[in-house]
Design a protein around this ligand. Structure first.
Ligand SMILES: Cc1ncc(COP(=O)(O)O)c(C=O)c1O
Length: 431
């Protein structure tokens, strides 16, 4: 039997007690705002408390991989729940975490990424990599080597360390002045002497929160070479790009690059449980070995590190990739998405479409190419209109993100892009 929800009561209680992330709460709590209450999902579709269905056009904030309620992942979580939901990873271990570490390192050439540090989300995956890089330099007798190099418009998460790397002023202004030394660049060619630098950090192949902006081909490879020449770590933040989004399991494969630290989260569990992994190599790991009194231990972690439910979900996520040949069947859909995006270019309000694998962004501007004033939130208005046509997504400013789960069919892709096209037509001429 179908659940019955009292949407109005839920909305009232939400407004009374919750505080949502990245949300102007005055608008959210306004009398006339009707929060979307999501209650179910199946495949690429979500359902709200009033029974409306929506294509999940941003994969539930870039997390979902094989669709909602995939039986393989659901079964793995249920089976693990029958054993134990959570046990400490401080002083004990568990089979799903062990197997997951082995599976993750098996995707990389032997003797490269061999160690897996588990945490909870994208920010902590990045935070752990940064903390390891800083402590590594201390342990090597280079305590002043604390600087990170990060890119303009980068986004690496919201814990204080990860936010330090961020280059989007609207997000990161409130913590300015509470951060550590950063050099910000827009291309690897700007890298000068890096004697005080511990690591360079980048979102490989495409910047997400900057508005789905792909990097030029070869940039990642060039960055790896520069880091090698300067003896500087390369941290790759694959929190968004990991797990097939760019067309390969990991984005770095496409430029034949192996980083010193690889940060994974979001799609790691197929979008079901919060779990993150920071992978690194034996060179880094060995620096942390020694007697307790030598103070080499990595004193960092979280209560839910190595959570067995999350690890079981992550293993099942990888099983689905293998058993359902997901990456192979994705390739024609990536081409189809490209054609659909191209069909939008005749719309005078579509300034640019950008694509990297199964990730895309549609930037809207005035027909003369000038941007809309940011505070008018035109992208948000288009997304709201798209919702009325059965597509759920969020903009990054005035770039409409379209990156549904990898299981989305070609017909569903056409439906989603159609909803965006109609939403632009409905919204913009009237403004
Ligand atoms: C590239 C990248 N890194 C890190 C993060 C932070 O991940 P989380 O929100 O899980 O902390 C995000 C989130 O969007 C991201 O896109």
């Amino acid at each position: 039997m179908r659940d019955v929800w009292n949407t109005a009561a839920l909305a009232r209680l939400d407004k009374a007690h919750l505080w949502h992330p990245f949300t102007p709460m005055a608008d959210w709590c306004a009398e006339d705002h009707e929060p979307l209450v999501l209650v179910g999902g199946e495949g690429s579709w979500l359902e709200d408390s009033d029974g409306h269905r929506y294509l999940d056009g941003n994969s539930s904030i870039w997390t979902n991989i094989h669709g909602h309620g995939h039986p393989t992942i659901s079964r793995a979580i249920h089976e693990q729940l029958g054993r134990v939901a959570h046990v400490s990873f401080l002083g004990s271990t568990n089979p799903p975490a062990i197997t997951l570490a082995e599976r993750l390192v098996s995707f990389f050439p032997k003797h490269t990424l061999t160690r897996v540090f588990l945490s909870d989300d994208g920010s902590t995956a990045v935070e752990a990599a940064m903390r390891m890089a800083i402590q590594f330099r201390q342990l090597q007798g280079e305590p002043d080597r604390t600087r990170f190099v990060a890119f303009q418009n980068a986004y690496h998460g919201d814990t204080l360390g990860a936010a330090t790397l961020g280059g989007i002023s609207a997000f990161h202004r409130p913590v300015a002045g509470h951060t550590f030394p950063i050099t910000r660049i827009s291309t690897p060619d700007e890298l000068g002497a890096m004697t005080d630098v511990t690591a360079v950090v980048i979102e490989p192949l495409i910047q997400g929160a900057a508005g789905m902006r792909p990097w030029p081909k070869g940039l990642l490879r060039r960055l790896r070479e520069k880091c090698d020449a300067a003896g500087v770590f390369l941290i790759l933040d694959e929190v968004m790009t990991g797990f097939g989004r760019t067309g390969t399991l990991f984005a770095c494969e496409q430029e034949d690059v192996v980083p010193d630290f690889l940060c994974l989260a979001k799609g790691l569990t197929g979008g079901t449980m919060p779990l993150a992994a920071t992978l690194t190599n034996e060179h880094v790991f060995r620096a942390f070995l020694g007697p307790v009194e030598a103070g080499r231990t990595f004193f960092y972690g979280h209560s839910y590190s190595g959570n067995p439910l999350g690890c079981a979900a992550a293993l099942a996520n990888l099983d689905v990739f293998r058993d359902e040949h997901v990456l192979e069947s994705l390739q024609p859909k990536i081409s189809r998405l490209g054609n659909l995006l191209a069909s939008l270019s005749s719309n005078p309000f579509v300034h640019q479409t950008r694509q990297c694998g199964f990730i895309s962004g549609i930037e809207i501007r005035h027909p003369d190419g000038s941007p809309f004033p940011w505070h008018e939130r035109t992208g948000a208005a288009v997304c709201l209109a798209a919702r009325r046509h059965g597509l759920l997504t969020r903009p990054v400013l005035d770039t409409i993100v379209f990156m549904p789960p990898l299981c989305t069919t070609e017909e569903e892709l056409a439906f989603g892009i159609g909803a965006i096209s109609t939403a632009i037509d409905e919204t913009l001429p009237r403004r």
